[in-house]
Ligand binder design. Sequence first.
Ligand code: NAP
Length: 330
Amino acid sequence: MRYLSSDLGLSKGKKVSKIGLGTWQFGSREWGYGKTYADVEAAAIVRRALELGVTLFDTAEIYGFGRSERILGKALGEDLGSAFLATKILPVMPVAPIVEQRAVASAERLGARFIDLYQVHQPNPGVRDGTIMRGMRALQRVGLVGEVGVSNYSLKRWRAAETALGSRVLSNQVRYSLVDRGPDRELVPYAHDQGRIVIAYSPLAQGLLSGRYHEGHQPVNRVRAVNPLFLPENLERAAGLIATLQAIADAHSATPAQIALAWAIHRPAVVAIPGASSVAQLESNVAAADIELTDEEYGTLRTAAERFNPVTGVNAISKMAKARLGTKRR
Ligand SMILES: NC(=O)c1ccc[n+]([C@@H]2O[C@H](COP(=O)([O-])OP(=O)(O)OC[C@H]3O[C@@H](n4cnc5c(N)ncnc54)[C@H](OP(=O)(O)O)[C@@H]3O)[C@@H](O)[C@H]2O)c1
């Protein structure tokens, strides 16, 4: 495993692994992995992640309406204190006393006395961050929260959140993968220059970049039913990018998913938090931290990614609606 630079100066001398573990899948109905996954496999994934040097574990109060936090906390058990534990608040009522209550409730579900990174899950469109950051400051003051983070923030709003907090907002968790390279424009350079972190979510584009899915084999669950990338037409359009991932994977005795993750974490300020539906996937994802791609391979991946031109926007929504109607009629 590789880790972020210790210059970040995290409290308790903790380290952040370049590959973390995303746990939206734990106990959430929309991923549809079922009871055995929630009751058995999820804990096995966490235990194996710890053995392999993963320190960054990401959850949220909204995942499975608290189930993800409970499953993660229980599985970490005595290792809770050594992990870099990250959870998120959904800022529906972003006033300081509510923020404080919600952090306490998350800590209780996790069974933790300390949350290393408390993130605002998404920007509240109607309320600026002054009120929520007042709550965050209080949580840091009493020692329940180490670092504050945000998620799905623009650079402008990230910086405004820092001004409101009056100290660093360590990280911005955003969608970042070969098919979502937007953060390369501003967020990744900002993180690099200012000693901040970009946490890449959906680094495998929810499994698209594994190359497992095509028109004849589509994933069946609610998350991917509403993700336009899994429209049959887009799966077909992604074939060139998947073939490039496969060719580079062959050269490294790796898999397309591992090459996609190696790409996602190649910038020093970026860590990725792939989810996993099995222990084998977790093991494979962790191993991706040690893959070193050549400059030529990065160039080839960039070109293949730029050529991928998925159907998006209104066009994609109407196609998804038609596909769903078709499924219901069958
Ligand atoms: N802040 C936010 O707004 C936000 C939004 C989304 C996610 N997140 C966080 O980011 C985490 C990861 O994002 P995500 O779950 O959306 O997408 P992801 O990590 O890109 O995709 C996860 C899925 O890819 C498949 N997969 C994982 N490892 C694989 C491997 N080695 N080989 C083949 N397939 C593999 C699995 O699905 P199958 O096996 O079923 O194909 C798995 O459930 C979440 O768990 C959550 O913690 C945050």
